[in-house]
Design a protein around this ligand. Structure first.
Ligand code: UN1
Length: 483
């Protein structure tokens, strides 16, 4: 991409140039290249956006759900039409490969398509009454104005799975996307605006992190949906609890892949590589810990390491590239520092390529596998958010599952086995929001719940029917005839 795109916020019925400082997004591949620029929204813009969302809320809530869904269906069709162009912008701005970028735009379209049809789903329930001539209905109402705060790593899919259900269930939205990926936010908002969404129903604020903090503490916000770090999510939740505002927070992960003695090793190699290194490991669902039975560890790790050393790292827009850069220089530095610190304390690097790729400007980190067996280094427990896989060898299934349960997180896990009994035991003993048996730890379908256990999440899960639990509240109606 050679031309710089102009960034604007969406407030009420207008695309506006913000009142704040100049902001840019930069290519993580060519860090001197500006992808998009404009002026940040400021306090006055935020106030205008919240007012616009409040004013639009009642009429939007009263529209038939099918009519609300029709806007989402049109936006989904527009995104599908634009998938190649927007996917390429995604790869340029965020750094995941072109295939992943286009795939993510299509995924966002599929998510909006799913939520376009929830008007046909169950909208409540009916109970018998202990009294004559009465029924009890449990109906659903929207919450009002939702603050949506989203991370950089899925710049269009995560916003789609928050904004889609927020709107489908009758809420209006003020959205603050990550400062590193504003262009993709504009592209999703454009699809919804071009679909004819009524004014004020979706508002987008381009700007720095501080703007997100102001948004979530605004007194006219009725609920907050957030994806990001456990630290920030808990701070938002604590503050929101003091004001009685509901929070849905998708937080960190340190997800294990467990390869048991009887696993299909070819399958496990390919799935662990996908889980650990797709999107350069920048997924809260990425495989960042590998727990492998010692009886097959040498064989398995030899294959895994060879395949990892062969991954092609480079410009995400080139077809042959399998791993792009990480999002920023700060992220690259902190990954390299963590690897160095592990190195110094006896953790063994199994991959042969040096993690630091010195001959390129971009924020590249080579995919790296570290053997932590017999050590107690924090790299086993801390979320790094990059292409780094920590390994431990264990003796048997109980030790493997105990190790998978270790630590503060519980977002996803993957278990590789051909034994149904072991698979059932995994379901019983691993405390996680998502469990994959014989597939990689990342990925999520729109029609089923997504979210974590333990420190990985707060509040109702996302997507599927679970989204209704967060984006609506119930009204219990004791219904009698008037006579
Ligand atoms: C996926 O695994 O495809 O931030 C989605 C994240 C998650 C989404 C993961 N909330 O990485």
């Amino acid at each position: 991409m050679t031309t710089t795109v102009e960034l604007r916020s969406r407030i009420g019925n207008r695309w506006v140039t913000g009142e704040g400082a100049q902001v840019q997004s930069w290519s993580p591949t060519h860090p001197d290249r500006v992808i998009a620029e404009g002026r940040a929204a400021e306090a006055v813009d935020l106030a205008a956006a919240v007012s616009a969302a409040s004013e639009a809320a009642q009429a939007w809530a009263r529209l038939p759900a099918a009519s609300r869904g029709a806007y989402l269906a049109r936006a989904s069709a527009l995104l599908t039409e634009r998938a190649d162009a927007v996917g390429s912008e995604l790869a340029s701005e965020e750094g995941k490969t072109l295939t992943e970028g286009i795939g993510e735009v299509r995924r966002a379209a599929a998510i909006l398509d799913y939520f376009s049809r929830v008007g046909d789903h169950n909208a409540g329930s009916v109970y018998n009454s202990p009294r004559v001539g009465e029924r009890i209905l449990v109906t659903r109402r929207p919450l009002g104005v939702i603050a949506v705060v989203t991370p950089f790593n899925f710049p269009i899919a995560i916003p789609a799975w928050k904004i889609g259900p927020a709107l489908a269930y009758g809420n209006t939205v003020v959205w603050k996307p990550a400062g590193t990926v504003p262009l993709l936010a504009v592209r999703l908002a454009e699809a919804l605006v071009d679909a004819g969404l009524p004014d004020g129903v979706l508002n987008l604020l381009i700007g720095p992190t501080s703007l997100g903090s102001e948004l979530v503490s605004h007194p006219r916000i009725d609920a907050i949906t957030f994806t990001g770090s456990t630290r920030v999510g808990r701070a938002i939740a604590a503050q929101a609890a003091a004001r009685g505002v509901a929070v849905q927070a998708e937080l960190g992960g340190k997800n294990a892949a467990v390869v048991l003695a009887d696993a299909d090793l070819d399958l496990a190699v390919s799935q662990v590589i996908a889980g650990a290194f797709n999107s350069s490991g920048q997924k809260c669902t990425a495989t960042s810990r590998l727990i492998v039975d010692e009886s097959i560890a040498d064989r398995f790790l030899a294959r895994l390491v060879a395949a990892t050393d062969a991954l092609r790292v480079g410009d995400p827009l080139l077809e042959q590239t399998q791993l792009g850069p990480v999002i920023s220089d700060a992220s690259r530095q902190s990954l390299l520092n963590a690897i160095d610190a592990a190195d110094r304390s006896g953790v063994k690097r199994l991959t042969t390529r040096a993690p630091r790729i010195a001959d390129r400007d971009g924020h590249f980190v080579a995919p790296t596998i570290l053997d932590c067996t017999g050590t107690d280094h924090e790299i086993w427990d801390d979320e790094l958010f990059g292409p780094v896989l920590a390994v431990k060898r264990v003796a048997g299934t109980p030790e493997a599952f105990a190790e998978a349960n270790r630590g503060e997180f519980g977002l996803t896990a993957a278990v590789f086995t051909r034994n149904l009994g072991e698979a059932l035991e995994a379901i019983e003993s691993i405390d996680t929001g998502i469990l994959h048996i014989n597939s990689e730890s990342a990925g999520a379908d729109p029609h089923v719940p997504f979210g974590g256990a333990k420190g990985s999440g707060l509040g109702p899960k996302e997507q599927g029917e679970a989204a209704q639990d967060f984006f609506t509240h119930t009204t219990t109606v004791y219904l009698r005839g008037g006579a």
